[in-house]
Design a binder for this molecule. Sequence first.
Ligand SMILES: Cc1cc2nc3c(=O)[nH]c(=O)nc-3n(C[C@H](O)[C@H](O)[C@H](O)COP(=O)(O)OP(=O)(O)OC[C@H]3O[C@@H](n4cnc5c(N)ncnc54)[C@H](O)[C@@H]3O)c2cc1C
Ligand code: SF4
Length: 320
Amino acid sequence: MKSFQYATAASPAGARHLAGDNGRFLAGGIDLLGEMKEYISQPDILVNVKALPGLDRIEASTTAWTIGANVTISQLEENAELKRVFPALQQAAAEVGSKQIRNVATVGGNLAQHSRCWYYRHRDILCLKKGGDTCYARNADNKYHSLFTGNTCISPVVSNLAVALGALDATVVVQREDKPLRWSIAQFYAKAWENPTAHNSLEPGDLILKVEVPLAQQRSAYLQVSEKSAFDWALVSCAAAAKVEGGKFSKARIVLGAVSNVPHEVQAANDLLEGKVLDDGLAEKVADLLVAKAHAHSENGYKVPIARALIRRALTSLAA
Ligand SMILES: Cc1cc2nc3c(=O)[nH]c(=O)nc-3n(C[C@H](O)[C@H](O)[C@H](O)COP(=O)(O)OP(=O)(O)OC[C@H]3O[C@@H](n4cnc5c(N)ncnc54)[C@H](O)[C@@H]3O)c2cc1C
Ligand code: SF4
């Protein structure tokens, strides 16, 4: 690992200042230290953001919950009231990696984690995402890659929390220089759709402060399929959230993970559920809309039937 300086920030402005031009924020370190050991990231300074005041709390109000960027995945998983109010978020947290990882990994780090593409993670391969000129996955090993992409890179977003928070209509509050930005989950990842080198819309020095989750939908669910039962990312994940009154859905949102370089959502699929009672035919039509534009590569076509099954199951669990 290349040598680096280390400092602990006492305020968001201090964190930005300390990071300078080639520094990185360090939270739990699960993703960043792995990248540094592989020479994928070589910052001059690591700025520990774990001591920033007030960012390690979960707070509930009558309209929304606020979750600080330094809240650990375990804190989400183990919060009994959060499990009752936002089951999708608790389920997504409980599926992350392993207990040891969840005890250390943070909400901010989980949302900002980088690509898991094995070409990207290989220290000797300079693929498109690392500034090279070729996407190796497109014509080679693409088993874990995207069905949808807005650019040449087909590495999917793999954050569990992004999928659940997308369905729950959450807002990510990001400090850029001296002004706070309020982004939907779609906005948080939009740059990764356009730009093959981007993992999300953060620019150097942007600091995630918190996530706000509104109380608009009363039911939610998160499901995933992985190769291993622990220590593994999802092959495909699905979160759904809606208001369900008298069996009728409203404000529904369905989001797929690990299939696109952004959390995958189709507004027409959400709209189709408005005011309707779910049955098998409707669930199939929603699934049709969500996967209609899927483009399978040589080894990832298996993701399409998994996505369809997860959509049906997630919607059925909301209706139950
Ligand atoms: C074996 C294994 C299995 C895993 N399985 C899953 C899984 O199933 N699902 C899943 O979602 N994840 C999974 N992960 C990924 C893991 O959840 C993330 O690496 C972790 O959440 C990152 O959080 P962290 O606090 O350790 O971030 P760090 O490693 O400290 O940081 C990660 C990135 O976020 C940036 N960052 C951190 N905090 C902030 C902030 N406040 N503002 C701006 N940028 C910030 C850092 O600069 C860095 O770029 C797995 C990881 C491993 C090793
Ligand atoms: S999918 Fe993206 S990260 Fe993977 S090889 Fe292609 S450009 Fe690189």
